[in-house]
Design a protein. Structure first.
Length: 234
């Protein structure tokens, strides 16, 4: 099942002018960075190593400029960003539910240029609502720091979950529903006071000083903290 999708249009290899454009986007970012942010960070991470290292600082500068709403002179990284798709090749990248976790499905046949994919991820993040743009762009920058293959733990690196638990590693497709369940709150509870009270009560019960299992305490506390963050960010 697709959880997020990014459609990228890029110049054909024989085209004299290098161009990039955005197509269809399904980028859920509530609460930010959401599945959309994970996909954009994953696209940036998967392709950045194939871009000349001398251009990496310009990519990072571009993320900050777009995040702050600056007008972006074109071209950037020798590619012109445009809205017209005519004459361009399409690539479609997806974040999908994979068993109990998440998986990146990248459209990367031989000859795919890396720069348009990374630029598209950055430009797509810049077109998100202002309240989501910062957390998503931070995840894109985290992706730009990645060095390695997608299968080498990229998803865990982006989400920061790994063995610590959370809605990602739990395989949940709805973080808000997962957060309510973790804190033992009825679905739809949104009052800050109720969330904080449930968090403090569950945190006390999860602490080894109150009889909880020492071996599972760290993961349980991490889950409670993440659940509180999700509900308070709404």
């Amino acid at each position: 099942m697709a959880l997020a999708e990014l459609e990228v249009y890029q110049s054909r290899p024989i085209a004299p002018t290098r161009r990039v454009a955005l197509g269809r986007r399904d980028l859920p970012v509530d609460p930010a960075p959401g599945f959309g942010g994970i996909l954009l960070g994953g696209v940036a991470a998967a392709f950045v190593e194939r871009i000349d290292a001398d251009l990496h600082p310009d990519l990072v500068r571009l993320t900050h400029q777009i995040e702050q709403g600056f007008r972006i002179p074109q071209p950037r990284l020798r590619h012109r960003f445009q809205t017209d798709h005519i004459g361009l090749n399409r690539r479609t990248h997806r974040l999908e539910a994979a068993g109990e976790g998440l998986g990146l499905h990248l459209d990367d046949p031989p000859g795919t240029a890396a720069a348009p994919q990374v630029l598209a991820a950055i430009y797509a993040a810049g077109q998100l609502p202002l309240e989501s743009r910062g957390p998503v762009m931070e995840l894109v920058r985290k992706g730009l720091r990645w060095r390695g293959a997608v299968e080498d733990g990229l998803i865990d690196y982006l989400t920061g979950r790994g063995s610590q638990g959370g809605w990602i590693s739990a395989g949940a497709t709805d973080p808000v529903t997962w957060a309510h369940a973790v804190l033992g709150l009825p679905e739809g509870t949104a009052m800050r006071a109720a969330v904080q009270q449930a968090f403090r009560s569950a945190l006390r019960d999860a602490h080894p000083d109150h009889g909880a299992d020492t071996e599972t305490a760290a993961q349980r506390i991490a889950e409670l903290t993440e659940a509180r963050r999700i509900l308070l960010a709404r």
